[in-house]
Design a protein. Structure first.
Length: 160
């Protein structure tokens, strides 16, 4: 069985939901999850987000060992949009993945209003690091992100 790494950043749970739905369709893969997940109270989340945005990932340091891209056949990265950019955690993630040369990468994003221009920024960063973006998708919804499109996306990725 092939191996996939599903990594994502989520503050409110929208991107996590899409990651879980997509992964549910990856029957050809053994999926390992690595979330950058902000948990706790709203104030606690804001404080942790501030640490992440300022480069302090000490709360995740012990977990970073699984971020080596080498053992994975597929890497899936999900990020919310912050304007037209991914959050800074995206850049920390790609730095920690080490060598992406020739690795197949799937990008997905979540947004309330935007069309997903942050996906193009992410794609360019992955390609500079040698990764091959095989698919990308943005899931947009003001209040609720439906699962149907994510299920279809996951099934399509599984078939590649």
């Amino acid at each position: 069985m092939m191996k996939a790494l599903m990594t994502f950043f989520t503050m409110g749970g929208r991107t996590k939901k899409m990651a879980e739905v997509i992964a549910s369709k990856l029957s050809n893969y053994e999926v390992t999850f690595f979330p950058f997940e902000l948990k706790g109270s709203f104030i606690g989340k804001i404080k942790l987000l501030d640490k992440f945005e300022n480069g302090d990932y000490s709360s995740l340091e012990s977990d970073f060992s699984i971020l080596d891209a080498e053992p994975y056949d597929l890497i899936l990265i999900g990020m919310p949009t912050y304007g037209s950019e991914p959050p800074k955690t995206f850049y920390e993630l790609t730095k920690r993945l080490n060598d992406l040369s020739g690795k197949r990468v799937v990008l997905f994003g979540t947004s309330r209003f935007r069309r997903g221009s942050h996906i193009q920024v992410m794609k360019e960063d992955i390609e500079v690091k040698g990764g091959v973006v095989i698919e990308q998708r943005n899931f947009r919804g003001l209040l609720i992100l439906g699962s149907k499109k994510a299920l279809e996306f996951g099934a399509m990725i599984n078939a590649l």
